[in-house]
Ligand binder design. Structure first.
Ligand code: DC
Length: 215
C-alpha cells in the first residue's frame, strides 16, 4: 500500500494486552504516519506521582502532573512496567487529568499528515471524526496468556492467575469509569485477535484502511 499523502487519522482502541499497541506501531510504520500510544501519557502522570510520593487520587496534583507531560519525552522503556499501567488506570478516572491529556492528544492528531493513535477513548472522545476506527480485543484469558509470556521472556516469574486477575480488574476500571469508559465507537471495525496472530490482524486492518481511503 502506498503511504498516505493527505491528513488521515486512525483511531485504535481496546483493552490492555489486546495487541492494539503492536498493531498501531505496525500500521503507522507502513503508512508513514506519526504514532501516539496515548496510554503512555496516563502512565507518565502515574509515574510522576509515584516518583514524587504523591497519592494517585488527588485530582489537583494529578492535573499539575498532566500539564507537565511532554510528548517528546515519553519513554516506553521506563513506563512499560505492569505496576505503572495499573496506577495509570487509577489516574485515568479523573476528569481533569483526562481533559488535560486529551487536549495534548488532539493537538498531535490534528497536525498534518495525521496520525495513528491508540488508547481507550480515541474513537469515542479524542478523535470522534477519525477516518478509520478499529476496536481491537481478545478474551481476558488470551490477553493474560500473552502478558504472562512477555513477562516470562523478561525473566519475571509471575503467577498466571495474578495476571488474569489484574487484567480483569483493569478492564472493570477502564470500562466502568463514568468519564470516557472503554467501549467500541459506533462506527468502529471490530478485530477480535483471540484466535489471530499479529500478521493476520495487520493484514485485516490494512484492508479496512484501504477500503476507507478508496471508498
Ligand atoms: O494502554 P495502556 O495499558 O498503556 O494504558 C494504561 C492505562 O491508561 C489504562 O488502563 C487506562 C488509561 N488510558 C485511558 O484511560 N485512556 C487512553 N486513551 C489510554 C490509556
Amino acid at each position: 500500500m502506498s503511504p498516505v499523502t493527505d491528513s488521515f487519522i486512525i483511531a485504535i482502541d481496546g483493552p490492555a494486552a489486546s495487541g492494539k499497541g503492536t498493531l498501531a506501531r505496525r500500521l503507522a510504520e507502513q503508512l508513514k504516519l506519526p504514532h501516539l500510544d496515548t496510554g503512555l501519557t496516563y502512565r507518565a502522570v502515574a509515574h510522576a506521582l509515584i516518583l514524587a510520593n504523591e497519592p494517585l487520587n488527588d485530582e489537583p496534583t494529578a492535573i499539575a502532573a498532566a500539564r507537565r507531560v511532554d510528548l517528546a519525552a515519553l519513554d516506553p522503556a521506563i513506563l512499560a512496567d505492569h505496576a505503572i499501567g495499573d496506577a495509570a488506570s487509577q489516574v485515568a478516572v479523573m476528569t481533569g487529568v483526562r481533559q488535560t491529556l486529551v487536549e495534548l492528544q488532539r493537538q498531535f492528531a490534528s497536525t498534518p499528515p495525521g496520525a495513528v493513535l491508540d488508547g481507550r477513548d480515541i474513537g469515542t472522545v479524542v478523535c470522534p471524526d477519525a477516518d478509520v476506527k478499529l476496536y481491537v480485543t481478545a478474551s481476558p484469558r488470551e490477553r493474560a496468556r500473552r502478558r504472562w509470556n512477555e513477562m516470562q521472556l523478561k525473566g519475571q516469574d509471575v503467577d498466571f492467575n495474578d495476571i488474569l486477575r489484574d487484567i480483569q480488574n483493569r478492564d472493570a476500571r477502564d470500562m466502568g469509569r463514568s468519564d470516557s469508559p472503554l467501549k467500541p465507537a459506533e462506527n468502529a471495525h471490530l478485530l477480535d485477535t483471540s484466535q489471530m496472530d499479529i500478521e493476520t490482524a495487520f493484514t485485516q486492518a490494512l484492508a479496512i484502511i484501504e477500503d476507507a481511503r478508496t471508498g
